[in-house]
Design a protein around this ligand. Structure first.
Ligand code: ZN
Length: 121
């Protein structure tokens, strides 16, 4: 009689999963692809702010306070908005959505050209 297999208890470690299988993988669910920058960083760099009315304003000063962007345009607007990458401003900056530059801000053309050639990834 040939013994073709053993069924009496000798399964080794096969029935038990090693600990690492069940351990959470660190950082696995935090993997975010940084596709959209928050508006503050962008505004601070390009010094431009697209308004709701389609005008692109020049930014005189900008600061970040408690998650809010506070900025002042050259034509005297004081703007306070959430520094959210999903905000309208973030989207408009990213996609360069504006109708025309604000005549009162007198944005130099090199700045507009630089903005046009900036790509947001
Ligand atoms: Zn303006």
């Amino acid at each position: 009689m040939d013994v073709v297999g053993s069924t009496n208890g000798d399964v080794g470690t096969g029935g038990k999963l090693p600990d690492w299988v069940l351990a959470p993988i660190p950082g696995a669910k935090k993997r975010t692809v940084r596709r959209h920058a928050a508006p503050y960083g962008v505004i601070e760099k390009v010094k431009l702010w697209p308004s709701k009315t389609g005008l692109l304003h020049g930014v005189r000063s900008v600061k970040l306070r408690g998650g809010f962007v506070e900025l002042q345009t050259h034509c005297g607007h004081d703007i306070r908005m959430r520094n959210s990458r999903n905000s309208r401003v973030a989207r408009h900056l990213r996609n360069k959505i504006y109708d025309e530059p604000c005549p009162r801000c007198r944005i130099p053309s090199w700045k507009l050209e630089k903005f046009e050639s900036t790509s947001f990834v």
